[in-house]
Design a protein around this ligand. Structure first.
Ligand code: BG6
Ligand code: MG
Length: 216
């Protein structure tokens, strides 16, 4: 029986993916890396800041020390956080508020499971902060998706067994992490064609409208 839903953040709850892309692109340009594209950005989806940085640095022969990498990741984050200044609830994706309200009124627990260390800030700015029973994010974890750690911590925080949790994800790394953690995986948006997911939907809005139709 399903007792909890764990949501990824970027690309599932909010439209911050494009802002991550723009910040990485600017960092790449500052490093004279010209070939950083949306396809590269797709491989950054779901993974940690440092793993995302490696996708950018793959595009150059230059070598960077661990200290330099930390400085570059911090630089990207400063640009990203600056772009979050004007973020508000209009960045929340179609169907999210309705779907969460439906789950809570049905007695199903809700949690966030995101690689992003900016999760608390983003939830606050978008009026989502009080909508979840627990938040597990990059600030809690040691390992990046596809490792299941972030979702297992979310399940532990809400006190629900992994086998009774559904994860909603827009990244291949996240779908893999959910399955590795023994959870159901729903693929949305960019991950819609991932064959490892248990079900796929184009958006949370379409999922919610389908559920609502059967409730009528
Ligand atoms: C994930 C994004 O949600 O968070 C990744 O999909 C990003 O692209 C990762 O790198 C880490 O985010 P942050 O905000 O901690 O740099
Ligand atoms: Mg995502």
């Amino acid at each position: 029986m399903i007792k909890a839903v764990i949501f990824d953040l970027d690309g599932v709850l909010v439209t911050t993916d494009e802002l991550h892309f723009k910040a990485w692109k600017r960092l790449a340009e500052e490093l004279d890396i010209t070939g950083f594209t949306k396809d590269d950005n797709a491989r950054q989806r779901g993974v940690s800041r440092m793993a995302s940085l490696e996708v950018v640095l793959e595009k150059t022969d230059r070598k960077f020390s661990d200290e330099e990498k930390l400085t570059l990741a911090e630089k990207k984050n400063d640009m990203y956080v600056k772009s979050l200044e004007s973020l508000d609830k209009s960045a929340v994706l179609d169907g999210v508020f309705d779907f969460i309200a439906y789950l809570r009124s049905s007695g199903i627990k809700t949690a966030v499971g995101s690689a992003s260390k900016n999760t608390p800030l983003i939830l606050e700015k978008t009026d989502l902060a009080d909508k979840f029973d627990a938040v597990s994010c990059g600030l809690d974890t040691q390992k990046s998706k596809p490792d299941p750690e972030v979702f297992l911590i979310a399940a532990q925080k809400i006190g629900i067994a992994p086998s009774e949790c559904v994860v909603i994800e827009d990244s291949d790394a996240g779908i893999e992490a959910a399955k590795a953690g023994g959870m159901y995986a729903v693929a949305v948006g960019e991950a819609e064609n991932n064959s490892k997911a248990d079900i796929s939907v184009s958006s949370l809005g379409s999922l919610y409208r389908t559920i609502e139709m059967f409730g009528r």
